[in-house]
Design a protein around this ligand. Structure first.
Ligand SMILES: Cc1cc2nc3c(=O)[nH]c(=O)nc-3n(C[C@H](O)[C@H](O)[C@H](O)COP(=O)(O)OP(=O)(O)OC[C@H]3O[C@@H](n4cnc5c(N)ncnc54)[C@H](O)[C@@H]3O)c2cc1C
Length: 326
């Protein structure tokens, strides 16, 4: 068989797993190409441990060029267009033809969509922002800490609650917990949608740590002059240090190229196939009834990589996604 181009968009959780899998299985006989605008893979789950002081940036980053050891070519560039008629992907390196395309471009954070003085709000949903927050927290010794979620969907639904617990734990360790009040807000009726056991678990743990929960708190604006977060129903949360998980959206190139709506790319829930031939979407950018989580992206990447390798080699049997997580 002539060599085929298998192009993987995004070297995050889903893209890196798919590239590793395909490089190992078919990379000697076909061209497996991974594209990411960032030169490094960041292990996002550990951003919170970094803020807590348990990890340094270099502990949770890896150069994406290391994937070339596995018969994968890495292109470090921004993807500016995907043409499903011509079957090409455009970057600063020019147009690249694909036979198979896997999109794992994630969900991007948009802090600028928080109304008002959004620049005052910290978060830990990107590497650079997490480093800035870690530094701000080091200098914070007393006052009002407000932590919360602007609006779902966002990466890792339990993440903001874990962030609050880890921050609280760090304040206890520094002996300054009694100098700080912590308020937690969510635009939802309660943690993780507001009903069921996981929601109760989150409530209990916030309560145990003396963190006050504010449900249905929809941001009206960050009022920098008054150092107050205002809700649309008139509630106010004064702050000295503010942490807001920003709104998330699919990568703009997926929207501009007509592959995604704001909910992501529509896929078949068993195979992650899209309506375009040989085009798959996995991870956070796939419009799936599942959490936006690395553990989900990993399982989806395995299924798609397995099925493409099967199609190209005839080995094994096709498989379907059977998620063993929420
Ligand atoms: C603080 C935090 C804690 C988390 N904790 C957990 C956890 O405990 N367990 C868990 O399962 N998940 C967790 N997650 C979620 C998990 O990290 C994501 O769900 C996962 O990374 C999604 O994988 P992905 O491949 O879809 O996207 P990503 O890993 O986000 O990768 C997308 C990639 O696409 C690239 N990209 C986007 N647009 C372009 C473009 N135009 N051109 C080139 N490259 C582009 C980006 O640079 C990025 O590298 C956490 C996330 C955060 C932020």
């Amino acid at each position: 068989m002539a060599r085929k181009n298998v192009v993987i968009l995004g070297g995050g959780s889903g893209g890196a797993v798919a590239a590793n899998h395909l490089g190992e299985s078919i990379g000697k006989d076909h061209n497996v190409i991974l594209i990411d605008k960032k030169p490094q893979h960041y292990y996002q789950s550990s951003y919170l441990w970094m803020v807590r002081g348990w990890r340094e940036p270099q502990d949770i980053s890896r150069d994406l060029t290391t994937i070339e050891r596995r018969n994968v070519r890495f292109i470090n560039d921004t993807i500016t267009n995907i043409d499903t008629d011509k079957r090409t992907v455009t970057t600063g390196h020019g147009e690249l033809a694909y036979d198979y395309l896997i999109s794992s471009l994630g969900f991007q954070t948009h802090p600028e969509m928080i109304p008002g003085d959004h620049h005052l709000a910290h978060h830990t949903w990107e590497m650079d922002a997490a480093i800035r927050f870690r530094d701000a927290l080091k200098n914070f010794t007393a006052g009002r800490l407000v932590i919360g979620i602007s609006s779902p969907p966002y990466r890792c639904p339990p993440g903001p609650y874990e962030a609050a617990w880890l921050i609280e734990d760090g304040l206890v360790e520094r002996g300054i917990r009694n100098n700080v009040t912590i308020d937690f807000f969510t635009s939802e009726p309660g943690p993780l949608g507001g009903s069921g056991q996981p929601s109760e678990f989150m409530r209990e743990h916030l309560d145990r740590r003396g963190i006050k929960l504010h449900n249905d708190f929809v941001i009206d604006r960050v009022d920098g002059d008054a150092s107050t977060l205002r809700a649309t129903d008139g509630r106010e949360l004064p702050f000295d240090l503010l942490f807001i998980v920003p709104p998330h959206r699919p990568s703009q190139v997926l929207i501009d190229s007509g592959l995604a709506t704001e909910a992501g790319v529509d896929v078949d829930v068993d195979t992650l196939a899209t309506k375009w031939e040989n085009v798959y979407a996995i991870g956070d950018s796939a419009n799936m009834p599942a959490s936006k989580a690395g553990v989900v992206a990993h399982q989806e990447a395995d299924v798609v990589a397995h099925n493409i390798a099967h199609e190209l080699t005839g080995h094994g049997q096709p498989t379907r996604l059977r998620l063993h997580t929420l």
